[in-house]
Design a protein around this ligand. Sequence first.
Ligand code: NAP
Length: 513
Amino acid sequence: MPLADSECGVSVASVPSTDGLPTDTDVGVIGSGFAGIGMGIKLKEAGRHDFVILEKAADLGGTWRDNDYPGCTCDVPSFLYSFSYEQNPSWSRMFSPRDEIWAYLERCADTYGLRQHLQFSAEVTGAVYDESTGRWQVEVNGSDVIDARVVVSGVGALHIPKTPALAGIESFEGESFHSARWRNDVELDGRDVAVIGTGASSIQFVPAIAPRVRQLSVYQRTAPWITPKPDRPIGAREQRLYARYPVMQRAVRAGLYWAMEARGAGFAMTPRAMGWLERGSRRYLERKVPDPDLRAKLTPDYQIGCKRVLLTRDYLPAVQRDNVELVTTPIAQVGPHGIVDADGIERPADVIVFGTGFEVPGSLMHMKVVGRDGAVLNDLWTHDGAAAHLGMAVSGFPNLFLLLGPNTGLGHTSVVFMIESQIRYIVQALDLMDDTCAAGIEVRADVQDRFVERVRAKLAGSVWQSGCSSWYQDDRGRNIAIWPHFTWKYWLDTRRINPADYRLVRVASRSDV
Ligand code: NAP
């Protein structure tokens, strides 16, 4: 339990003012997606009201605020892709649309009284650890500074759009935008549209815009593995049942959890175990795409699971429409009125949509984080690869915790489960600091190294490192994103913080507690 204000000189009870940024806070949380909102909920629940959630945008919601493209839905069942303690009986589908997920997060912020902690248009541009005080100087919007005892990053990996610098793009006279910055003001109806990329986002918006546009050219660099999405509407009767008997929803959630963990067995164990999934995906493609030439283009040439397996029932019908062409010849350049491929064929485009993913290694590196002895997180991670103990704590960076940090992303189930495990662990870390009157908590380098070695050993020979390139890897091919195990294993590993894994520091004497 957190101590009272006086015992360690730690403020846990004050509530920040809503007008303007505070000058100091106990916990500075960065980002207001599932991670930041979940962190705020559990801080309050622990009686820790002195925290601020810093959000660069004008509203909360993270990825579910940013991704406003037509057809955006979750590809993880909603019962699982939501907080375990805040089940929503009103999901309209098994895989809910983006608007419902965003509204859910807004509702969580209201229900748990987070509004007064949220600061919008507050982009964290840097953070420097002050060894003399054991506190972070958090730089906001390049000028304001907040003095924070602890910083928790909830920025996630998928928030900086990646737009390739295609030759000639500056000469393009139409409109172009990234799927995570969808331009609703740009007319698509009846126009020629080019889509670049065939990842998880693209396969959702291509079917949604295909019926509206005149001609759609979909530029595919690598064919994705696709399996049918087991989606269905949830009717009013079923919703009422869940509202009345929450235990039923919890039972369905538990069933889904274990079914997805079972599916994850192939991912987490050996590539050979993925054969059943690959055969199912091939059969689905054969059933849905009779044209052998198109089917050949849509057949992946790498181990299933190496990239995210995409769930959809409407993408394959969409690419077979008369007004849609799947282009697999590489892009040579962009001209004023269209895209020219490597065979010299120009396809007209009024609009280019980039479904080209996100800058994953750069997700935290856009801010300069300086730890103990002047260590710069960006430099460290660029050199050694992004790494953190349990994906949360980095040696040399006391009092800093990362939600969905390195190697805690997932390919087979809901990241909200990981986030909840991490939040519980971080609250325990705060309690440990208070119980021992430590001003600083820093993971031991040897403990972090052992964890990272274990993860890297598990990744070697896994499906995620079986020869494809994906956003799970950095530019040197190191997998910095995936938790290569079951999620219950992560839950077990993070269930109780081990004080021996950390150096607890008193600041005045700079001595270990
Ligand atoms: P992505 O999976 O990284 O896909 C990017 C696509 O763009 C790939 O097809 C890639 O081809 C292509 N591409 C990238 N650079 C290119 C270039 N220079 N020229 C041609 N093609 C290029 O990105 P995403 O679709 O935005 O999805 C990212 C992640 O977001 C997903 O894996 C998932 O975790 C998350 N997401 C989740 C949901 C959900 O429902 N929960 C929905 C959307 C996204 P290559 O494969 O050849 O690199």
